[in-house]
Design a protein around this ligand. Structure first.
Ligand code: MN
Length: 720
């Protein structure tokens, strides 16, 4: 059990000017706060923060980190608040304690491989200050050491979490010994049989291994001495989990693991590393493919060393790592090895390591300018993303700036398509909301909901954008095929249609024919030429599904108007007035002549214009005239003119031309009205209503027998 004076003494060794008074105060404060709590082992709770602080002192961390370690469970587990901490220990400690508490609150639900990687990134993004992460690692290490007192289920869970999240994090930060100890402890709880097996095998061989190790140490040391190389040789046993892992990965037995012992040669400087390597290779035969130069090309976590395997003395195959003292301490303690003690001095050699650390810390605090080194360390990836939870607790990584629909599409394409809203952290949010790290998002879906074109503007991820576009493409294709089908059926009847020559229509098959026909890409007359059919029979388009037909809102045609239709992909057939400005803009062969008859009670909007003197109640008179004519006002705009006149632009809903004439008559007789006329047939001027592509033409299907739509190619009207 660690005692507080052991910790302060340790700190004073590497930081003689350290404020140990602050450490002592934190200890007294934490001991008081936890005084009624005990660990599962029965020990006083304070033994845990003490142990965590001791681990961090052995990593030579600064006073604030040690103080944070002592206080790390107070906010989470006692009545102490963050404000209390801030008052007594200052901003920096409060921030660090807060960070540790926040990481502790992240709930892990899945240890699926991909999820684990996301969680690790999330921990990094949450920690912001690296010291927070180091406290968390020390906390977890001590909890693992005392895990035996927990019930089995909890032991397994914590061990799994350690294996998946914390050991890899320790590895990423280069703190080798913490990684190894965590793995061995987790291994012992997760696969106790396999663990016991490796332990027993090691035990059996232990004497032999120890003997071999010290003998080889001596042989190697002597060889180096003879060459005049100042070096120290250390033999060490492979850690248990890595033996097990190797047996699993390579499908080999324990007896086939040759490198149970590895050797480290620590030398004075980098040139001597290479010199030593050359000497070793000249003494012992190297194993091909095993040499790695991590000095010239450090690992992403900053690790540096030369690695090689040789057939060594007595034909033992042995692994060697050759490195300098400072590379070695970095290899063991990682980022912690070069932590700058605030008022201590720092060697030039360490400065670049510190620079790396500083950049990493800054990066985690979300500054905009990741250094080049960070790019090679690939840690910059972490802050480009936000990590969010689904309602079920699954974690998703999204790019920074993502919005709710991105999340919905990330869950599943269908969830995206039918997303009608979201709840973020329990509150309804709109599609424009920005997703933040740690948000919990619930997607509300409805089978009736389908994507809108607006959605494209609310998504950031390519996946969502693509899914939305694809949906519209499919809709357009389906609609075109339905229209094409209908055209064929209505033109040629229900019987099987024999197409003599698909090639002439540039179609591969019937579906493509229907689609192209539906999109208006094949004029009916071209189709006639290749169909086995009595060509004298007139073509009728009857009863086209009403939902596929709309009156254009540029020219507002009404029944009995001379109209033309053309198929707009995904929208169906749009009916335009023959005088519409759009007509010349679309290729002739795409227009289909249409006869449009009214149906009782079915109203369509069309524009009229009234010029009148400004009189009291004029507007009321006009609206009642319209209503007396059994028509509706859909929209109305007044243009005041200089003098006593004004002009009204009204969108009225009428059945057909006859009905419209009646409406105009009713208005014309009003006192004060100068002129009344229809407007907009040519699609001129601004639209007074914004109804998308206009009113759906309804109820036509029931009139199918009366051939409401008589189709013909429009050669007669528009000569080619
Ligand atoms: Mn703890």
């Amino acid at each position: 059990m660690s005692r507080i004076f052991e910790i302060t003494e340790k700190v004073l060794q590497y930081a003689p000017k350290a404020d140990v008074e602050l450490i002592n105060r934190a200890y007294v404060f934490a001991a008081q706060a936890h005084k009624d709590q005990r660990r599962s082992s029965g020990e006083l709770y304070i033994t845990h923060p003490l142990a965590v602080a001791y681990i961090l002192a052995s990593l030579r961390l600064d006073v604030h980190t040690i103080v944070t370690a002592l206080l790390h469970d107070t906010v989470e587990d006692t009545h102490i608040t963050l404000d209390d901490i801030q008052d007594r220990f200052g901003d920096e400690v409060a921030r660090l304690v807060d960070g540790v508490t926040k990481i502790g609150q992240i709930q892990f639900h899945s240890f699926e491989h991909k999820q684990a990687e996301n969680f690790r990134k999330m921990i990094l993004a949450t920690a912001k200050d690296l010291r927070v992460l180091l406290v968390k690692l020390a906390d977890r290490l001590h909890n693992m050491r005392t895990l035996g007192f927990m019930r089995e289920e909890k032991r397994k869970y914590i061990s799994e979490e350690t294996m998946q999240l914390y050991a890899p994090l320790a590895h990423r930060l280069g703190i080798h010994w913490i990684k190894q100890e965590m793995e061995d402890l987790a291994f012992s709880h997760l696969e106790s049989e396999a663990y016991q097996f490796v332990v027993s095998q090691m035990k059996e061989k232990l004497d032999l291994l120890h003997e071999t190790r010290s003998r080889l140490e001596g042989v190697l040391q002597e060889a180096l001495d003879r060459q005049g190389i100042k070096a120290k040789v250390y033999g060490r046993m492979k850690h248990l989990y890595s033996i097990h892992d190797k047996m699993q990965r390579k499908h080999v037995d324990f007896s086939e693991i040759y490198d149970l012992i590895a050797f480290r040669i620590i030398v004075e400087d980098t040139p001597i590393c290479y010199h030593t390597l050359g000497m070793i290779h000249s003494l012992y035969r190297p194993v091909p493919g095993r040499f790695k130069d991590y000095i010239a090309l450090p690992k992403p976590n900053g690790y540096q060393s030369l690695h090689t395997s040789v057939i060594g003395p007595e034909n033992h195959r042995i692994e060697m790592q050759i490195r300098t003292e400072s590379m070695h301490s970095y290899a063991e303690d990682g980022v912690a090895a070069h932590w700058l003690y605030k008022d201590g001095s720092i060697k030039d050699d360490d400065r670049k390591h510190f620079q790396w650390l500083k950049q990493l810390t800054e990066l985690l605090q979300e500054t905009d300018n990741p250094g080049e080194f960070m790019e090679s360390a690939r840690l910059d990836l972490f802050v480009q993303e936000v990590y969010v939870f689904s309602r079920d607790g699954d974690i998703y990584a999204l790019p920074r700036g993502a919005r709710p629909l991105d999340f919905a599409y990330a869950v599943h394409t269908d969830v995206g398509h039918h997303c009608m809203g979201v709840r973020i952290n329990g509150e309804i949010a709109d599609f424009q909301a920005r997703i933040r790290n740690g948000d919990q998002i619930e997607v509300l879906t409805s089978p009736d909901q389908t994507p809108s074109r607006q959605w494209i503007r609310y998504v950031k991820t390519p996946k969502a954008r693509q899914a939305i576009r694809q949906w519209f493409r499919r809709q357009e294709r389906d609609a075109s095929i339905r229209i094409g089908e209908k055209i064929l059926q209505d033109s040629f009847g229900d019987g099987e249609l024999l197409i003599k020559d698909f090639d002439a229509l540039e179609c591969a098959n019937m579906d493509e024919l229907k689609e192209k026909l539906g999109r208006g890409e094949i004029p009916l007359e071209s189709l006639l030429k290749v169909v086995d059919q009595d060509s004298t029979k007139p073509l009728f388009l009857k009863g086209l599904s009403h939902s596929l037909m709309r009156a254009a809102d540029c020219c507002h045609p009404i029944p009995d108007d001379p109209v033309l239709g053309y198929f707009e992909s995904g929208k169906g057939m749009i009916i335009h007035h023959r005088d519409c400005k759009l007509i010349p803009k679309v290729a002739n062969n795409q227009w289909i002549g249409v006869n449009w008859k009214s149906e009782k009670g079915q109203l369509y909007p069309t524009g009229i214009e009234v010029k009148n003197y400004n009189r009291r109640g004029m507007l009321a008179h006009i609206s009642s005239a319209i209503s007396n004519a059994h028509a509706n006002i859909e929209d109305l705009k007044i243009e005041q003119r200089i003098g006593a006149m004004s002009r009204l632009k009204i969108l009225v809903e009428v059945e057909d031309r006859k009905h419209l004439a009646a409406v105009l008559r009713h208005i014309k007789v009003l006192e004060g009205v100068v002129r009344v006329s229809r407007r907009n047939q040519a699609g001129l001027g601004h639209k007074i209503s914004n109804r998308g592509i206009g009113a759906a033409i309804k109820g036509m299907v029931s009139f199918g027998k009366r051939n409401l739509f008589k189709a013909q190619t429009v050669k007669d009207k528009k000569n080619e």
